[in-house]
Design a protein around this ligand. Structure first.
Ligand SMILES: [Zn+2]
Ligand SMILES: [Zn+2]
Length: 332
């Protein structure tokens, strides 16, 4: 069986190849891709991590075409989303009720190097798949990044009346805003340098929006959620109330991620720095419900949809048109 599959071959150089699909193993499924979102991590891989051809696309929705003999959790015809990294279920952390801490994640996962989500077909271990037959694929396609946003909001442990600052309104920040708006009656301030993203944030529950951290003035918040570059961490600390939490996720492979912070400020203000890292990818059933009920509105996040053969344009939107592009989805 043949499939088209998109590879990054050298920095920001993409190539659509025709490949032969392997046979599925007992615990795997053959999937037909319905759609797949481009993740910020795909851009990081494209720019800094690609020294040999790498297949791309982990935020996919797919239809199950074939299941291996040992598969019990999905059946042919099901629509599924895929966990980008699974908990093992057997280690001490998993058994102690903290699968989020699992570091024995299964070696067999959705990250193969022949065809992932930017392809006609892929193969995935059934264990990674979560059925979502009642979801519109354009909602379901946000499942994996929405899980990242949900992990960030859970990390912030929002209280009913917390005032919150969310820095960055890419897909993760935008979905974190929508989830946070359901968890606190406090004010939610948002910072993003792109005008369109600020307009959308106001529709999604932000009380006030700013184009720069400098414009916030002296206002401080119970919880600050950073979804932009880690270099903004010191300014986030400046805007956190006594006893508050600064929660952050995101990487910057270009700068290496090293940031200097004032530890006295953290210590004397009893601040907590909390990192969110949604690996293992979790909470898909909650995420499906958030997307199904429109608590998280995919139409405010997905700005562009392209066909697989239009991959240059699709990646170009995110690389060169950040004012307008938020989430770009590719449909084979
Ligand atoms: Zn992703
Ligand atoms: Zn485990």
């Amino acid at each position: 069986m043949k499939s088209r599959s998109l590879f990054v071959t050298k920095p920001y150089n993409y190539e659509l190849k025709e490949i032969d699909m392997p046979e599925i193993e007992q615990d795997e499924c053959l999937l037909q891709i319905i759609c797949c979102g481009i993740c910020g991590y795909d851009l990081e891989i494209s720019g800094y991590l690609a020294d040999n051809p790498t297949a791309l696309g982990h935020e996919y929705v797919a239809k199950v075409l074939k299941v291996g003999g040992a598969v019990t959790n999905v059946k042919v015809g099901d629509q599924v989303t895929a966990e980008s990294c699974m908990a093992c279920g057997f280690c001490d952390d998993c058994r102690n009720g903290r699968p989020d801490l699992c570091q024995s994640t299964p070696k067999k996962n959705i990250w193969n190097n022949y065809a992932q989500g930017f392809a006609d077909y892929t193969i995935a271990p059934a264990k990674a798949l979560v059925v979502c037959n009642d979801l519109d694929p354009m909602d379901a396609v946000l499942s994996e990044p929405c899980g990242v946003s949900l992990d960030l909001v859970k990390t912030a442990d929002l209280d009913l009346t917390d005032d919150v600052l969310i820095v960055g309104q890419g897909p993760i920040g935008s979905m974190a805003l929508q989830i946070a708006a359901h968890k606190t009656v406090g004010k939610i301030y948002v910072v993003d340098r792109h005008e369109k993203r600020r307009e959308i944030a106001l529709k999604n529950g932000a009380s006030v929006v700013f184009s720069s951290m400098d414009d916030i003035g002296e206002v401080k918040f119970n919880k600050v959620l950073l979804t932009a570059v880690p270099e903004l961490l010191p300014e986030c600390i400046n805007h956190t109330k006594f006893g508050g939490y600064v929660c952050f996720l995101g990487s910057n492979f270009k700068t290496g991620g090293v940031v200097a912070i004032d530890t006295h400020q953290v210590h004397f203000n009893k601040l907590q720095l909390r990192a969110s890292h949604a690996s293992p990818a979790m909470y898909f059933p909650q995420v499906h419900k958030l997307l199904k009920t429109k608590a998280v509105k995919s139409e405010t996040i997905i700005t562009h949809v392209y066909k697989l053969e239009e991959y240059e344009k699709a990646f170009g939107e995110l690389l060169h048109n950040k004012d307008n592009a938020i989430k770009v989805v590719i449909k084979p």
